[in-house]
Design a protein around this ligand. Structure first.
Ligand code: SAM
Length: 239
């Protein structure tokens, strides 16, 4: 998969894409991240990319033309069609389901806003969708783009050591993940639950499912409300 990022801070995106699982996906050729700086497409001597908003008010807005030229260059860099996704607090909220959809695409272009945002005419004509990483306001889209790159990158086939670990994560089956433990068994902070050491795989699976159901019920009842539980799950939840 290829992700092109239009950003005034390409170093941040490049550096974050070099870390951990996503960095490994890059090294293995599973994922390619390229950055495009609108400043390189500004036409004045000051490489200006922003201006004051009409109607007054605080802050600056990103200009249409440098962004438009930058997006055109990013589009032409590879043959695959790519939706342009503007990271924006006004967009659809990013979910694991959405991440799975994006991860299946051959290519994406992520557009990072700065200042008070982007001239609306560019958003209306060049952007295919807006994606928000949460109901709060960041000073720029780069952190959001890094989140998309990470979440999508770890789902590329071969990126994780154990492919099934992604399918057991929170949200994949509509529930939060169960708690996990490693050595030592005994610690001053507590003891690893006995069932996990029993070698009884059916009992372990049952315990994990029950924990996942219980945690979701306690912490995110909104998630439980969205799925229909089997009779076995109902029984585990009520046990
Ligand atoms: N005036 C805009 C508004 O209230 O909708 C906020 C602009 S924000 C200060 C600057 C840039 O940060 C935005 O253009 C967007 O790219 C990014 N951004 C801010 N919050 C975000 C969020 N929750 N999700 C994704 N991107 C966000």
């Amino acid at each position: 998969m290829r992700i092109d990022v239009v950003t005034l801070f390409p170093d941040f995106i490049r550096q974050s894409a070099e870390l951990g699982v996503v960095g490994r996906a890059g090294e293995r050729g599973l994922m390619q991240v390229a950055c495009w700086n609108p400043r390189d497409y500004a036409t004045d001597n000051y490489r200006r990319v922003d201006d004051r908003p009409f109607g007054g008010g605080p802050g600056m807005l990103m200009l249409i033309d440098p962004l438009r030229a930058c997006l055109a260059a990013a589009r032409q860099a590879a043959p695959e069609p790519a939706p342009v996704i503007y990271l924006s607090p006004q967009g659809e909220r990013l979910t694991q389901r959405k991440v799975r959809q994006l991860a299946a695409l051959p290519r994406l272009i992520l557009l990072c806003g700065r200042y008070e945002g982007i001239d609306e005419r560019l958003v209306a004509s060049e952007v295919d969708e807006e994606l928000s990483v949460g109901d709060y306001v960041l000073s720029g889209g780069e952190l959001g783009a890094a989140i998309v790159i990470d979440a999508v990158g770890r789902l590329q086939e071969g990126a994780l050591h154990h492919a099934e670990s992604a399918t057991q994560d929170s949200f994949e089956d509509g529930l939060l993940d169960c708690p996990h433990y490693t050595r030592p068994v005994e610690h001053e902070l507590g003891t690893v639950p006995e069932v996990l050491r029993s070698g009884d795989h059916a009992a372990i699976a049952r315990w994990r499912r029950q924990q996942a159901l219980g945690r979701t019920w306690l912490r995110r009842p909104d998630l439980l409300a969205r799925i229909s539980l089997s009779k076995a799950d109902q029984a585990l939840l009520e046990a």
